[in-house]
Write a protein that binds this ligand. Structure first.
Ligand SMILES: C[S@@+](CC[C@H](N)C(=O)[O-])C[C@H]1O[C@@H](n2cnc3c(N)ncnc32)[C@H](O)[C@@H]1O
Length: 403
């Protein structure tokens, strides 16, 4: 691989924005890619993938490069040189890149790779929490899996097409995708590509959604004609799937505390031809109270640490703080207590997270079942999906029935 100056410089600028300014990697990459219209798809993937890799391995690479935050441009070039050396990419003779003995880099890599928090590139607190919650053996495998690049998985929108048809339409557009065993709505891309540009996407034939994430709406056990409340709907990833499973019949009330996320949900619903979604912003407690005792099904896709989706979102390793996890657990418990009251007698509730921590998952469900509000519910079943076992995002889902 030959390194191109303007692509490397764009990568360094993006890293500075992420590491020094605290901006989100996906947003920074989106902005960076708009910088030069002449960049082709290979140039774009070089920037996106290199930035993500350096973000993912930040602790390991900065340790090898012997640099500390805040990172000067010179420091970021040293980190870049570590990335290139470990990837076997020949370093160019530019004044920004100091001659770096590759033997030294590889030696330090071997030495640090004996220690998990460096090898897997995680902060001390996260490594300790992982061991405490999952045990050494499971955490070790899990954090390793969460450092792999996530595959691109599509969910076919059965309101508009079938999986077989979608596969063939994508094939005609030059994109090869395979069905995923055990996931009836999933197609996995053979190679990464920008699927948002395809005609199939514009026609609302699919959404990009991790395979394990696709199991949540199915777990809710919805039927056409039901009244469903998706309480933490966000931009509607699961809501759209629920609408498809209900064949557009019945009603889905989609709530969230952020109006802008619901706006995005509306846009996506239009493209998907999902007509039975009623988005409601939670501006006061009244919005939820009005729904008490009315729903056949309630989904709580709770806000969480996101530790199950690190492979998609590696900068969360550096942005997350243990205090945030403690706070979000309080929110999860409150949400379970309050939103569970929306379920009508005989109805069902799914509590789900994209976390792998038992304290955010089964721990919350157990606490809820033992509480005053939870005494009317019983656990039907739950699923603990680890990335190391499934190859997809880490997820938890529990389905509870109200007496
Ligand atoms: C895991 S995300 C939801 C993802 C979404 N269901 C999807 O499938 O795309 C959690 C959502 O909960 C929302 N949220 C946070 N606190 C909330 C609260 N108290 N009530 C309702 N929603 C809340 C967040 O804005 C966020 O959109």
């Amino acid at each position: 691989m030959r390194l191109h100056r303007n692509l490397v410089f764009a990568t360094i600028d993006a890293l500075s924005d992420i590491f020094n300014e605290g901006n989100y990697a996906d947003k920074v990459i989106e902005k960076t890619l708009k910088r030069d219209k002449r960049w082709g798809s290979r140039d774009r993937s070089f920037i996106a993938e290199t930035v993500y890799e350096i973000v993912r391995w930040k602790r390991l690479y900065t340790e090898i490069a012997e640099v500390k935050a805040p990172y000067s441009r010179e420091n970021l070039f040293r980190v870049f040189a570590v990335w290139a050396t470990l990837r076997g990419v020949t370093l160019p003779d530019w004044k920004q890149i100091e001659p770096t003995p590759s033997r030294k880099i590889k030696g330090k890599f071997d030495e640090l790779s004996r220690i998990r928090k460096y090898r897997e590139s995680v902060p001390d607190w996260m490594d300790e929490l992982g061991v405490k919650e999952l045990g050494e053996k499971v955490w070790e495998k899990e954090i390793h899996a969460l450092n792999e690049q996530a595959p691109v998985v599509l969910r076919v929108n059965t309101l508009n097409t079938t999986r077989d048809n979608l596969r063939s339409v994508l094939n005609d557009e030059g994109i090869k995708a395979e069905p995923v065993k055990g996931y009836p709505y999933a197609l996995q891309l053979e190679e990464r590509s920008n699927v948002f540009r395809t005609e199939a996407f514009k026609k609302g034939f699919f959404e990009v959604q991790d395979a394990n994430s696709q199991l949540v709406a199915e777990f809710l056990d919805v039927k056409p004609g039901m009244r469903v409340v998706d309480t933490c709907a966000g931009a509607g990833g699961k809501t759209l799937h629920i609408a498809a499973l209900m064949e557009n019949k019945g009603q889905i009330i989609a709530t969230d505390i952020y109006e802008n996320k619901l706006k995005e949900l509306k846009r996506r619903a239009k493209r998907a031809h999902a007509h039975n979604i009623d988005p409601r912003s939670i501006e006061s407690t009244k919005v939820i109270k009005k729904l008490y005792g009315t729903a056949d099904r309630v989904l709580i896709d709770a806000p969480c640490s996101g530790l199950g989706v690190l492979s998609r979102n590696p900068d969360a390793k550096w942005k997350l703080q243990p205090e945030f996890i403690e706070k979000i657990k309080i929110t999860q418990a409150e949400i379970l207590n309050t939103y569970s009251r929306i379920v009508k007698d005989g109805g069902k509730l799914v509590y789900a997270t994209c976390s792998i921590l038992p304290s955010e998952n089964q721990g919350q469900v157990e606490k809820f079942l033992a509480s005053e509000h939870g005494k009317d519910f019983k656990l039907i079943k739950d699923k603990k999906l680890l990335s190391s076992e499934s190859g997809y995002d880490g997820f938890y889902m529990a389905i509870l029935q109200k007496n």
